[in-house]
Each structure stands twice: as C-alpha cells, then as structure tokens.
Write a new protein. Structure first.
Length: 500
C-alpha cells in the first residue's frame, strides 16, 4: 500500500520505533482508517516484516469489544487462502490492542481506482473473481466480511499488471458491527455507506449474500468509475441502496458486455433472495462470461424510428417486390400529407407550417430548471451566456459528488420560443466530456419534469457538443434536461441553436 506521512493520532500513542509485547517493532505508518492504524512492523522473533493493525482507543477500551475482537481475530486466522491476507497474531500491550497480518507490497483497489478511474472489463472481472473466491472460503468457515469495499481489497505489486488480489479486514468489521450496530448516528453509517447492502442499512442481520451485494457494488465501480449511489450524507447514501435503482452500467460506459452487466445487477438485487445463492455461484457466473469484443455491444443512442416505421428498403429482403407504381403513389400521398400538416383546416398556414427546414428559430428567453432543488433554479445568473454568441462563456451545473445528481434526477435549462414552431434540430455546444441529456418539447414550460411529457430526443456519453433531432415536434418551449454531468461531475453549455 502507498505510505502516507506519519501524523500523530489523537487516540493512540503509537510511534515509529516503538516495540509492542517485546516483539513487534513499528517501522512506519502505512494507513489510517476510521477504526485503526496500520503500521509496517518488524517481527524480531521470526525476523520478517509484518503489517500491524492497532485499534483506536475508543474501541479498544471496551471490554466486551475486546472479547469480540479476539474471537473474530482467531476466526480470521483460520482463513488460509491465497486471496485472503493471512492473520498471524492478536495481542494487547497496555491499552493498545492489535492484530498482526501478512504485509502486502502493493496498492489498495481504492488507490488504483483513484488513479485510473475505471478498469477494462477483463481486469475488473479478474479482480472480482479473486475477491469472490476469498469470500466463498470465508463463508464456508462461517465468517461474513460485512465491509467489502475497494479499501479492503489489496493488489500485490506485479510489473505491468494488476497482481494477485488479497482481501483484508476479516473479523474486525464483523466485531465492530456486532458491537455498534449499522447506523450509529444521523447521517453516519458504520463501515462504508457506498457499499452497504440494503438489509444491512436497515439494521438487519447480514449473511453471505450481504457480501455478494457489496462485491457487486465494487464491480460496478470498477467498470463505471463510480459507485452506483452517492448522496449528500452517508445516511442518504445508505437509504439510496434501500430505495433507488442503480443507473444501468451500459448507459454509464460503453463496451461493457451485456452478460457482465446482468451479473452485476443480479449481485446487487435489493432482495437477498434475488442474488446469487453464494459467492461460488457468483464466481462461476463471472468466469462464464465471454469478454471478447463481439460481446461488448455498447449502449449508443441511435436515430429514433421514424413515425411511419422503418423504411421498406431497410427491412430484410422479401421474395415479393412492391410494384413501382405503389411506391410512386405512396410518395405522392406523403407529399400531400406534408402539405396538409402545414395548414389549418381552412387551408391557412398553421403554427410553424410555413417555416423553411433548417431556418433559425428565435429563442425569446431562457431560464434554469431544477424542480427538485431548494429554489427551483441552478446558477440562474449564468443563463444569459447560452445566447451571448461566445464559446468561452458557459452556463454550468453545480459540481456534484458523483456524475449523477444523488437525490434528484437531473437539472436543465428551458428555452422559451417567440411562438409555436415545428422544430427540426437543436445544437448544443459544450466543453464537457461524457455528459448525457434528454430534450423535451411542449406548448408551454412545465412546472415538473412529468409536465413535459415524453422526451423528443436523448443522447448518452456526449464528448463535447451534440445535435438533437427533434423530429418535427411542435411547441413553444424546449427543455434540455441533463441526466449525467460527465467525467468532471459538472456539465457546461456554451451556446444553443434551434432550427425548424
């Protein structure tokens, strides 16, 4: 693991050079978690480097917790498996209670994801398979991890590739949860709320399927670059695991095989009964996935099906051919219909009927749209930049903790037109990478998203600007509804242009 600077902790008196129980000499601080400090130490008896994890004082001072911790440390020591960090010893030295473990030269999965963002499907699957094997071994021994997360998954150093996977913190998480419960105070969750299973968040008794859910969340993050849920507080995040459906993986990142997405979604089923029966079954499902390029059919936004259906010539060839005269008649009827649509019942031009295709449509005004926000607006003072003719000025969303918006579905801007128009194209210029949006057309601005009806167009994973085909939708108001803020967690729009 990557070392961090040695900083004294308010709850412990550990220091470099200190020797515990006359055997373990502390060398350097490796990591500081919410429950313990991890040190590289030297075992002077066996002359080998080890990792020493010392619990913080507020946990170590309780006698009941000490007994639970020792019992679980003994259980963890029985987990002799190639994908589990070996536990060598458990002891106390004064008010310092610690366990001694195998020292791993490498990095945590957390550090790898912070550095790389995402992993290719094959690499992510390989990591998940090894973690699944470790969990299956622990479950057979009667031990549930209860805190599966990237920080507890270690990757051994191997040049040019992610090395062997080692799962750590067996026993400690179980003991802490048994003692403190899952949610100890408003807005705080014991463990890591981003990876907690719904039943655990609700105070239920975890079982092996709880670990399967958390591993599914970890795999989701490895593939998409972020966990499925991230709220403003840990409690809000935990509740999202209980109540919200995760965004589809293939909408967040192209190139993820359908079968892999299906495995992740099954592992993350809200109902424990809908998940894999055990970790071994999950491993088997992952190993059966064909990760070849022919299976990696990315989610892309295609041109919508025309109102009249798919053209005959685009369908699979048939034995009989429609006579040419029929096609000519159909074409003539289509021309007549188009002319009728541009006029009222008395033959006078209707709204938008006389506009030339491709002609600019006048935008009379624009406002931000945030019906789920506290003031129904988002950076309203920046909205005039959408029509100032400059690419270097933008309206932007706030910067969010995740690419999506947490407790609300999105934000947007409303374009109010000078009159009703039959709309052709909407051009949105943006410097943002990886963002997504839907476009709605209505006779008037709606107060809520539902008031806008069905969307006219949408696009995912937009790198920069985009052109939306509004398919002749008629209206006097247009909503650009942003559903994904992109890789920077902040979406920007420089200019907008509408044509008939």
């Amino acid at each position: 693991m990557t070392p961090i600077p040695q900083v004294p902790h308010a709850e412990t008196t550990l220091r470099a050079g200190q020797e515990l129980v006359g055997r373990y000499r502390l060398v350097r601080l490796i990591d500081r978690g919410g429950m313990a400090e991890v040190w590289e130490a030297h075992d002077t008896v066996l002359a080998r480097p080890v990792a020493l994890k010392a619990l913080h004082a507020h946990l170590a001072s309780d006698g009941n917790f000490q007994a639970r911790f020792r019992r679980e440390a003994v259980a963890a020591a029985r987990l002799a498996h190639t994908n589990v960090v070996a536990t060598f010893d458990s002891a106390a030295d004064g008010d310092v209670i610690f366990i001694v473990m195998e020292l791993i030269r490498g990095r945590s999965l957390r550090a790898v994801l912070d550095d790389r963002g995402t992993l290719p499907p094959a690499e992510a699957t390989n990591v998940a398979v090894q973690v699944g094997r470790a969990l299956a071994h622990a479950h057979r021994a009667g031990l549930v991890h209860r805190d599966v997360k990237p920080g507890n998954i270690l990757l051994c150093d191997e040049p040019g590739r992610l090395g062997q996977v080692k799962v750590t913190d067996f026993g400690i998480a179980k003991a802490a949860l048994d003692e403190a419960g899952d949610i100890t105070e408003t807005g705080a969750v014991v463990g890591t709320a981003r990876y907690i299973a719904p039943e655990q968040a609700q105070g239920g008794a975890p079982d092996p399927r709880t670990d399967i859910y958390s591993l599914g969340v970890v795999l989701y993050e490895m593939l998409s670059g972020e966990p499925p849920f991230s709220g403003p507080t840990e409690l809000a995040t935990a509740l999202m695991h209980v109540e919200a459906d995760p965004p589809r993986l293939r909408r967040r990142r192209a190139g993820i095989p359908r079968a892999l997405e299906a495995v992740v979604l099954k592992a993350m089923s809200k109902d424990p009964g809908g998940r894999f029966a055990d970790a071994g079954e999950l491993v088997a499902a992952l190993e059966a996935i064909d990760l070849g390029a022919d299976d990696a059919d990315p989610f892309v936004v295609r041109e919508p099906t025309p109102p009249g259906g798919v053209p005959v010539l685009a369908r699979r060839a048939r034995r009989s051919v429609i006579p040419l005269v029929v096609l000519v008649v159909a074409a003539a009827a289509g021309i007549a219909l188009a002319a009728m649509l541009g006029r009222g019942g008395d033959g006078t031009p209707g709204d938008g009927g006389t506009a030339t295709p491709g002609q600019a449509v006048t935008i009379a005004s624009a406002t931000s749209f945030d019906p789920d926000g506290p003031d129904n607006a988002e950076n309203e003072d920046q909205v005039p930049r959408l029509r100032d003719g400059r690419q270097d000025t933008t309206w932007a969303t706030d910067r969010y903790r995740a690419r999506t918006f947490g407790t609300k579905p999105g934000v947007g801007v409303v374009l109010k037109l000078d009159r009703t128009h039959r709309l052709g194209k909407l051009r949105v210029d943006s410097p943002t990478q990886g963002w997504a949006a839907r476009v709605y057309v209505a006779d008037a601005e709606g107060a809520t998203l539902r008031d806008w009806g069905a969307s006219a167009a949408s696009a995912e994973n937009i790198n920069g600007g985009a052109t939306f085909d509004l398919q002749g939708r008629q209206g006097a108001a247009v909503l650009i509804w942003i559903t994904d803020t992109g890789t920077a967690h902040k979406a920007e729009i420089a200019e907008v242009q509408l044509t008939s």
